[in-house]
Write a protein that binds this ligand. Sequence first.
Ligand SMILES: Cc1cc2nc3c(=O)[nH]c(=O)nc-3n(C[C@H](O)[C@H](O)[C@H](O)COP(=O)(O)OP(=O)(O)OC[C@H]3O[C@@H](n4cnc5c(N)ncnc54)[C@H](O)[C@@H]3O)c2cc1C
Length: 508
Amino acid sequence: MNLFKNKLTSNSVPIKTNRTAIVGAGVAGMTAAIYLLRSGCDVTVYEKHSISGGVCTGWKRKGYFFEGAVHWLTGSKADVQLYRLWRDTGILADGVKTYREDPFLSITVGGEEIYLYRDLEKQKKHFLAISPEDAKAIERFYRDVKSFLHFQMPVVDIKGVKVKNRSKSKLCTGLKMLPVLIKAARLSRISTEEYAAQFKHEGIKKFLSEFIVRPDYFAVALVATIATQIKDGVFPEGGSLALAKRMENKIIELGGKILFNTEVEKIAVENGVTKGVTVNGKTELYDAVIVAADTVSAQNLFDSPPSDKWIQEIKTKKPMLCTFVGIGVRENLSNLPCSICINEKITVGGVDYGIWGLRNYSKHGEFAPEGCTSLTAMFTDDSYDFWKKHKQNGSYYEQKTQLAAEIARLIEKHLPQLKGKIEVIDIATPLTYERYTASHKGAWMTVKEKSKNYRFLMPEPVCKGIKNVYFAGFRTISPGGLPIALYSGFRAAQYVCRDNCIVFEGQI
Ligand SMILES: Cc1cc2nc3c(=O)[nH]c(=O)nc-3n(C[C@H](O)[C@H](O)[C@H](O)COP(=O)(O)OP(=O)(O)OC[C@H]3O[C@@H](n4cnc5c(N)ncnc54)[C@H](O)[C@@H]3O)c2cc1C
């Protein structure tokens, strides 16, 4: 590879290539690495953990694989702007099978089954069939979701960067998004719980207010999540761990380096300019540094943390975190749907859940030993203080054991065929996420609550007082998630190119 090929020079003499350090081999950091390498830069990624992926991961216990992140990946269709980025990074590489199980979610309330289908017309008919008295609310729901089918994450080139293959934003895509923005303004003012309250049917109400997203999220989250499932939400073969490995392989293929078990201790700054990173007490020199670790916890990497307004605002955003449970059972559950509902109260990390679900991975034979099934449950809410308190007073493992016993009891009650067949229950708390990824409170997204003045903001991920340092990752554009990690990495790479007069290679 010619490392000088993309450098813009005023004469024909090649100058030193740009050297960029990236802190964190999560999806954001690896995306930035891939685009910079393709633009001819010399890239080293530092990762504190022994594997890549960050929170986008999965793990094995007693022969069972627990998928730990990607429940759905949005933007998987070729007409969506994000699609090129999934392809360029190897996330949706050729030959990677994707799954769209239908129905995607289901719950049972009062003996009645309620489904979330991948087809909006079918969804409308289903709701009308179980609750004709809700015809008006169903029609409104139908129209809301329908307009959100046109919503997509905008992929735009930053101002001032020279791009070889420019991102193509079509005018018609923008025009189709206009009604969505109007709806988003209305839906951002109410919570999911308030949105669901327009329905009379108790089951639909419960489904919409508690099962899909949490009741305190703004209603945009609910409608957008449903639209995503209908439009193009997929599960890629092998899940999160395989996805991260494909990105890692791409970096190596392009000549980049990933240093595992290597924690960046400091961002070295001299006279307002980033000099590089400090690792094992030694400063390694770089022309640019992309901080793709959690922006909030990464403030500790600076002797004088940046005071930029956007960073101060990020610190005030409510973090999204969870207690995550992997369950391995000695039974083939392929006769059951991919979403199994347990309509029974449970308290997890001090938070009450009236209804909860199990993700059934029986269709993914490689996730469990023969004749067995891997299940997962996700209890999303801020339980950090609960777990921290028990860690500090020495009762953390006792609490986890009690929770595992309660989960086993409720699963066996609802699925009696599993009596005595639960072989493993593995619990990851927010402290686990914090330990592995250094993210503040173990967060992996942020929560959007209802607000009178909601605006979708993409602050410039730079510091006014420190040159050559850039930020990427789930905190940099709220609410986060895989699309944001991806796009923020793409964008950070563009900033490096812009400020170092490098032609950004762009999307393939
Ligand atoms: C249970 C769960 C379910 C999810 N479901 C979905 C879903 O269905 N769809 C979706 O789109 N998103 C989902 N997400 C969210 C998505 O996975 C994350 O938002 C995204 O992966 C975050 O990527 P990131 O690169 O920004 O951050 P991270 O993954 O946190 O990456 C940061 C990396 O930096 C490293 N690091 C930190 N500090 C240092 C340091 N000092 N030196 C070196 N390395 C350091 C960390 O170890 C980590 O590898 C889910 C997440 C979870 C946990």
